[in-house]
Design a protein around this ligand. Structure first.
Ligand SMILES: Nc1ncnc2c1ncn2[C@@H]1O[C@H](COP(=O)(O)OP(=O)(O)O)[C@@H](O)[C@H]1O
Ligand SMILES: [Mg+2]
Length: 255
């Protein structure tokens, strides 16, 4: 089966005070349709940069193909959900936030817009909040709406950059379970960045560990049957392996 996402020879260089800094150097990656790829890695290793390249937000060298077509910029086939709670338009209600991009896609029929909005809000358990403004919502509720807004566009790939990192542990666990359920219902591929090994193992069908320079140190299928808990067979050894690799790279980074 050919890959949904294919990245060939990706290089991204930033200029720091006229010094060139290669954040990603010759990264190659294939992601199949329906995979839930979790990417772990120490701060500054280039995870966000990789996601931004896939989203089409960055100029970079190399090729990024989605469904065989090379991307040239942002598109509604790749939607990003950020960590920041303030990613919604603060002047629009929940339903208008969701409908904004749909209208720009040319969907004008009111009944259709309402049907899509109602469907995605139910998926993230936010039905009943259509008329709320973002300032009336908790951080977890804002993230749910951001996910609903992404789902509404029916993207091929949802890119999530530590979306739950700023949530409390209980809300985070709840949202993990809900994203897991959504990923099993939707015909969508997820690329999800996290610093949290547990989160990666619970959500990912595949786990990757990035090192500085965008090098891929570990790339493995998640062998643990869902639903995953710390008592699942194989959880401990997988957690240990990821932990050792993550902290080795951090140590290497500091020396
Ligand atoms: N716009 C930018 N200009 C210059 N350097 C940047 C920019 N964005 C990120 N970087 C640098 O690129 C490296 C990787 O950043 P990032 O992709 O955000 O890492 P991660 O998400 O893994 O923490 C860091 O050293 C960071 O300082
Ligand atoms: Mg980042």
């Amino acid at each position: 089966m050919s890959a949904l996402l294919k990245i060939e020879g990706l290089c991204k260089v930033y200029d720091d005070d006229s010094r060139e800094h290669a954040v990603i150097d010759d990264l190659n990656l294939e992601v199949a349709q329906g995979e839930f790829l979790c990417i772990l890695g120490p701060s500054g290793c280039g995870k966000t940069t990789l996601l931004r390249c896939i989203a089409g937000f960055e100029h970079c060298k190399g090729k990024i193909l989605v469904d065989g077509r090379e991307i040239t910029g942002p598109g509604t086939d790749r939607i990003m959900v950020f960590q920041d709670f303030n990613q919604l338009f603060p002047w629009l209600t929940v339903e208008k936030n969701i409908q904004f991009a749909l209208k720009r896609q040319g969907i004008r029929d009111r009944a259709r817009l309402e049907a899509i909005t109602s469907d995605v809000l139910k998926k993230v358990k936010m039905d009943g909040h259509e008329r709320d403004y973002p300032y009336q919502l908790s951080g977890g509720m804002k993230q749910r709406v951001a996910i609903a807004r992404a789902l509404a566009l029916k993207p091929a790939i949802i890119l999530m950059d530590e979306p739950f990192a700023a949530l409390d542990a209980i809300t985070r666990n709840t949202l993990q379970q809900e994203v897991l359920a959504i990923s099993q219902q939707e015909n969508c591929t997820f690329i999800f960045i996290t610093h949290n090994i547990q989160e990666g193992i619970v959500l990912g069908t595949r786990l990757m560990l990035m090192q500085p320079g965008g090098k891929i140190a570990i790339d493995t299928k998640n062998p643990i049957a869902r639903p995953v808990s710390p008592s699942s067979p194989g959880y401990g050894p997988l957690w240990d392996r990821l932990y050792a690799a993550l902290y080795d790279t951090q140590h290497a980074n500091n020396t």
